[in-house]
Design a protein around this ligand. Structure first.
Ligand SMILES: Nc1ncnc2c1ncn2[C@@H]1O[C@H](COP(=O)(O)OP(=O)(O)OP(=O)(O)O)[C@@H](O)[C@H]1O
Length: 263
């Protein structure tokens, strides 16, 4: 498959500028990320990679508009994010993210109609298109509890993509799947991306998944998450053991590293 690199021109779609994210509880203050900077361009498959608890999901929640930075700015298309919106769809790790009382078809259709972004006819057409893309035609009228974990994740991805968001936020969407299904789902996501060129912001703590899915990878340090490096990948770089070793070294070294490039 062809790779999309960071465009050398044009404004970024998403910018995080010195973003500090904190959780304040009655008796504690957790700093999840400290002054994180990065930019995502249209059609990037941008990966947030780092050890457990380094604030990856918290960054995704902040881009989703669910929490506000204590310090810094998050801009989408040059505008500050202040609340959730249909321009940012989310796919979670959990299999229970679909509405259990709605069929596959209704789950995919619902956000398109609820937000009024698409007419009834357009929404129906887009639903059929995505059901075909994820090869669940036979399950279009099935309820989520009758689907496997992988099938549910395909529906959640189709629902997100069908909305044509500016950016699709994916929080370890394949982490709860068995290794074989996970591998297939990664291939399927890349196929869907080829069709849609949707911008992805994808969280994982798997180095191999990051290299396979991403065209750009942000490496974060342990809590509080700080940027250690940013790496660009190339076609078939998931076969590149050297890249895996380099990422491992950067992630687990003590010193912060300046942005690294993998030509
Ligand atoms: N609602 C919350 N209240 C208080 N602290 C929280 C809350 N959610 C997360 N945290 C803390 O913020 C830090 C970052 O959590 P976050 O879930 O963003 O990490 P992560 O990198 O996504 O981890 P993982 O890879 O394990 O999912 C952790 O120390 C976590 O305990």
């Amino acid at each position: 498959m062809s790779d999309v690199r960071r465009p050398t021109e044009g404004a970024p779609l998403l910018s995080l500028k010195a973003v500090t994210l904190q959780y304040k509880t009655r008796d504690s203050l957790v700093t999840a990320t400290y002054r994180v900077d990065f930019q995502v361009f249209k059609s990037d498959r941008y990966i947030l990679l780092g050890p457990s608890g380094c604030g990856k999901s918290t960054i995704l929640k902040a881009v989703g508009g669910f929490i506000r930075p204590t310090e810094g700015q998050i801009l989408l298309n040059g505008k500050r994010i202040t609340r959730p919106g249909p321009d940012r769809m989310m796919v979670f790790q959990e299999f229970d993210q679909l509405a259990p009382w709605k069929t596959v078809r209704e789950n995919i259709l619902f956000p398109m109609r609820a937000t009024g972004k698409f007419s009834r006819a357009e929404a129906q057409e887009r639903t059929d298109h995505y059901i075909e893309k994820i090869q669940l035609e036979k399950f279009a009228d099935a309820y989520p509890h009758t689907l496997s974990g992988g099938m549910k994740q395909r529906v959640a991805i189709a629902r997100g993509m069908a909305m044509e968001p500016d950016i699709l936020l994916m929080d370890e969407p394949f982490a709860a799947l068995d290794a074989l299904t996970r591998d297939r789902m990664q291939d399927e996501l890349l196929r869907l991306w080829e069709d849609t060129r949707v911008t992805l912001l994808f969280v994982t703590h798997s180095i191999s998944e990051a290299i396979k899915i991403g065209n750009r990878i942000l490496l974060l340090s342990a809590l509080p998450g700080q940027v250690k490096a940013e790496i660009g990948t190339r076609d078939n770089s998931f076969l590149d053991a050297g890249l895996q070793a380099m990422i491992h070294d950067i992630l687990f070294s003590d010193t912060a590293t300046a942005a690294a490039a993998h030509a």
